[in-house]
Write a protein that binds this ligand. Structure first.
Ligand code: 0L1
Ligand code: MG
Length: 261
């Protein structure tokens, strides 16, 4: 497959994001046999286009980190993408549905490292030793594909549905908490719609960061100090509607909220 073709698909996905128009998944018509490695090449072209437009990477994110989602997509390994500065929404503020296509929200724990971490063979213990603090987050995902329907390579190419993120204000040292036991509820308009604990993320959110460092190593990349890393959904993702008041509460980590208008 030519790199020109990958660039064209990256541009199509970027235009869909900017114009808020869903497109047919790549594997339905353009490249039915698209592989995971090729999908990451398309994702890289998409990231480069965003950087050329003046956007900055806030940090990488892991997706499909729950056993249930991996089973549903029939995959052995989670996937990663990138959060950009124009995706960050202030905690407690509002987000207009008109900015997105068909957004869903999930509750996550984010990490900030104070040292770079380069794979291979990074462990969760090494991640915790390199972590400056952890904080709660809401991730708003928004597939650019029709009806949120895709295969694994499609969603990788689409920067793993990254769209918006809200970070909480409470920063904690990782040793102050047992992150796998951090209970989390995701409420909409006062009703708990999903719940879980940090252990839903690959057994422990630090494992997700370790796996990310090891996956990035394969492409000659690493986790960098100061980046904010999303570790993956503790809860399932819930479709957002106009007027929704979304609040995620995390045991010992505080809460994160957003109003959908
Ligand atoms: O952050 C995520 O877990 C999303 C990964 C992509 C799958 C989806 O869009 O549901
Ligand atoms: Mg996520």
């Amino acid at each position: 497959m030519s790199s020109q073709k990958f660039k064209e698909i990256a541009k199509l996905l970027l235009d869909a994001e900017i114009e808020k128009k869903e497109v047919l998944r790549i594997t339905a018509d353009k490249i039915p046999e698209l592989t995971v490695d090729e999908a990451y090449l398309i994702q890289k072209e998409l990231i480069n286009l965003k950087i050329q437009q003046g956007l900055s990477v806030v940090g990488p994110k892991m997706g499909l980190t729950s056993r249930a989602k991996m089973k549903q997509m029939n995959v052995e390994e989670p996937i990663y993408g990138y959060i950009f500065d124009n995706m960050v929404v202030q905690e407690g503020s509002s987000l207009s549905l008109s900015e997105l296509i068909h957004p869903k929200v999930e509750a996550e724990i984010a990490f900030v490292l104070d040292k770079d971490l380069a794979g291979p063979a990074i462990s969760g213990v090494q991640v915790l030793a390199a972590t400056k603090y952890v904080l709660p987050a809401l991730e708003i995902i928004d597939s650019r594909y029709e009806n949120f329907q895709f295969t694994l390579p499609d969603v990788i190419a689409d920067n793993t549905s990254s769209a918006r993120v809200v970070f909480g204000n409470q920063l904690r040292r990782p040793e102050e908490l047992e992150l796998d036991l951090v209970g989390t509820t995701l409420s909409i308009n006062g009703e708990i719609r999903a719940l879980g604990a940090g252990g839903a993320v690959l057994g422990h959110p630090a494992h997700s960061v370790a796996m990310l460092a090891n996956m990035l190593h394969r492409e000659g990349s690493k986790l960098k100090a100061g980046q904010i890393i999303l570790t993956g959904g503790i809860t399932e993702a819930i479709l957002l509607e106009n007027g929704d008041e979304v609040v995620a509460k995390f045991d010992q980590l505080g809460q994160v909220s957003i109003k959908i208008t």
